[in-house]
Design a protein around this ligand. Sequence first.
Ligand code: CAA
Length: 257
Amino acid sequence: MVFENIITEVKGKVGIITLNRPKALNALNSALISELNAALNAYEADPNIGAIILTGNEKAFAAGADIREMKDKTFDEVTSKNFLHDWDHINTITKPIIAAVSGFALGGGFEYALLSDIIIASETAKFSLPETTIGVIPGLGGTQRLAQAIGKSKAMEMILTGRMIDSSEAERAGIVARVVPTEKLQEEALVLATKIASLSQPVIKAAKKAVLSAYEMPMAQGAVNERTLFHSMFKLHDQKEGMAAFLEKRPPKFENR
Ligand code: CAA
């Protein structure tokens, strides 16, 4: 596939998507989103891919939805066309997604990082939901996911003021899994994604699904869901192989089945 707003690259079992509108700090427009969705679908369908990295460049992961594209939209247009309806297609991807964030992750860009499964950040990463400062509110789940990630008070403070936080504050607040030196970000993201992709894909998908249910269901239902998924692992060749390999003191050979 040929893309104009993203770059795709496969390294081993890892599919990488690099947002590529550097002149607009990777602002997200509809063309970029359809390319992103197509690339995500291609990696989701590819049995050789076990994990996905979503990244940008050193200056920006993404500085939000494209304000130029949004500015003149009318209420009728955004409601009749359900603006943003295909922007969270990333939610349907069952393989793990790592957001590797350097520079600005603002508005929709931050929301995309929050829609990913793991965020690792460079020392220069900056996060904010500045929508209220340009006359709107977050529209891609930011109010919900940030509040869940860091609690009401800090989420309110960030959203009601648009304050930008740096990577250390983001790490302290629990937004990011890890902060790494800027020049090491892509390498560290690849090491992490490669580790995940070396495990059994059905097991990893079940683990992702179980963790996500903590955000989607009440605790009691989530725990039942987890137990059902846990039981279903015993249908897998990879469960037998993983446990046999442990007892035989050898590395497992997973076959994704
Ligand atoms: N949309 C469109 N263009 C953008 C953009 C955006 N979100 N963010 C940056 N750009 C463009 C700028 O217009 C500028 O283009 P020109 O050179 O053609 O003027 C170029 O990128 C470089 O930006 P700056 O000159 O502003 O760079 P800076 O280093 O001085 O500032 C910044 C960087 C602080 C990130 C600043 O660009 C900024 O505040 N950007 C907007 C951030 C924002 O408000 N994002 C939220 C968007 S709303 C949203 O995302 C809705 C939603 O929930 C889905």
